[in-house]
Design a protein around this ligand. Structure first.
Ligand code: GDP
Ligand code: MG
Length: 438
């Protein structure tokens, strides 16, 4: 999705002025991109209409070009679609706060229960985890193991009692042991069925949770939205936790959930580890979907700090594809002047995607090694890295006091950067032309 939208916006960026036809054209592509990302059809329609209305009716801010303004509106609307601000957990006026986790099999309920306990403990809560899935034999054990890893107590009554009974007893236990947060894991099913819903409703009416959170798997796309709709109708959800956003998922589900159900996404699961849970930020998700980072800030910084002549020279090389490892080093040193590397990279269009590539995560300190490695190469190797074979790599590693892995990593980074430089080149062309982004 990000790639596709970037294409669209690149087209916009290259236009001097923006006419109504341009807006329509751009939005047609936005529409297709969103549909392809599995965003709910109705949501897409409303979205595009809204943006169009705003884009065409609005005065153009003097600091922005029309294209920038359309991008800004699309970004803002994406954010609004996902709830605007991030949403917090409702705390009980009188502890313990009770959170009930619901969702289908494999969505990540049990893992996320533990993650959430861990997350909220860092904010000073004293959580108790409750094993309320009595249907899967391994579910209780799974939660116990997670609780042990985190050193968070797990309340269980085995699998012979009804979940509502277990939940009630757990809350009593929490009150007696000074726990101010109860997180109830529940059973799932492959598909929504009456028996499951009845069981969950029984827990709900027994303990009246402060929060019922639906856990959905982002990888299931539009299905996640349907699941959210059905659960919300039956259970009146307070929020959604979207898991597996670390994978190669499409942003579509995140976009639709709030719009279709009215429930905000409160947290995002971003990995299997127990600290891989974060507050869901609509603005960051919009960034990710658009994949374009803060282009404007970058331009300002770039104008202030880049050595224009060197940049121009570099661009010439990139366009003629002569970009060498020497240039790479030069460029890294230029970029370093801009500020913390990660921050700089994140401001580039497309870095949302690139960041996912592990070996692109430069560390400032690594620059020293990068320099050592490149300096240990022969002139020929720097010009034509493709000639660097296995034994060259060993020699270079030795010469620079690094390892072959590090040399490999650098060469990979170089290749990636070469691709990325195309984007530099687009931006710098505009800088040279006299400043502002088109
Ligand atoms: P449940 O059936 O809903 O209780 O799901 P589980 O908590 O057992 O999780 C199912 C699988 O999804 C497990 O292998 C988890 O490690 C994995 N999982 C959960 N959340 C995430 C996430 O945010 N990212 C990734 N990559 N895996 C996750
Ligand atoms: Mg489970």
């Amino acid at each position: 999705l990000a790639e596709r939208l970037q294409e669209t916006f690149k087209k916009l960026r290259n236009k001097g002025s923006l006419k109504e036809a341009d807006v329509s054209e751009a939005l047609r592509e936005v529409r297709v991109a969103l549909l392809e990302a599995d965003v709910n059809f109705k949501v897409v329609k409303d979205f595009v209409n809204k943006v169009k209305e705003k884009a065409i009716g609005q005065d153009i801010l003097s600091s922005l070009t029309p294209a920038q303004q359309v991008i800004k509106i699309v970004h803002q609307e994406l954010m609004d679609l996902m709830g605007g601000e991030y949403s917090k957990i409702n705390l009980a006026p009188k502890p313990p706060t009770v959170i009930m986790m619901v969702g289908l099999h494999g969505a990540g309920k049990t893992t996320t229960s533990a993650k959430l306990a861990n997350f909220l403990r860092k904010q000073g809560r004293r959580p108790l985890l409750v094993a309320g899935d009595i249907h899967r034999p391994a579910a209780i054990k799974q939660l116990q193991v997670l609780g042990e890893q985190l050193d968070i107590p797990v309340f269980t009554m085995g699998d012979k009692q009804a979940p509502a009974v277990i939940a009630r007893a757990a809350i009593e236990n929490a009150s007696n042991s000074g726990r101010d947060l109860v997180i109830i894991d529940t059973a799932g099913r492959l598909h929504i069925d009456e028996e499951l819903m009845d069981e969950l409703e029984a827990v709900k009416s027994e303990v009246k949770p402060n929060e019922i959170l639906l856990v959905v798997d982002a990888m299931t796309g539009q299905d996640a939205v349907n699941v959210a709709e059905v659960f919300n109708r039956r259970m009146q959800l307070n929020g959604v936790i979207m898991t597996k956003l670390d994978g190669d998922t499409r942003g579509g589900a995140a976009l639709s959930v709030k719009a279709v159900t009215g429930c905000p996404i409160k947290f995002a699961g971003i990995g299997e580890k127990l600290d891989a849970l974060e507050t869901f930020h609509p603005d960051r998700m919009a960034d990710r979907i658009l994949g374009m980072g803060d282009v404007l800030t970058l331009i300002e910084k770039a104008q202030a700090n880049f050595d224009a002549e060197k940049v121009a020279e570099l661009n010439k090389k990139i366009r003629s594809m002569e970009f060498t490892l020497d240039d790479f080093l030069e460029q890294l040193q230029q970029v370093k002047k801009l500020g913390p590397l990660e921050q700089v990279l994140s401001m580039f269009p497309g870095m949302g995607g690139l960041k996912k590539i592990k070996n692109l995560e430069f560390d400032e300190k690594e620059l020293v090694y990068v320099e050592a490695i490149i300096k240990s190469m022969t002139h020929k190797e720097r010009e034509k890295p493709e000639i660097i074979n296995g034994s060259c790599r060993r020699r270079i590693a030795k010469g620079s006091g690094t390892s072959v892995q590090e040399v490999n990593r650098l060469l990979k980074q170089f290749e990636q950067t070469k691709k990325m430089m195309k984007q530099f080149s687009d931006i710098d062309k505009t800088i040279k032309k006299g400043g502002k982004m088109p």
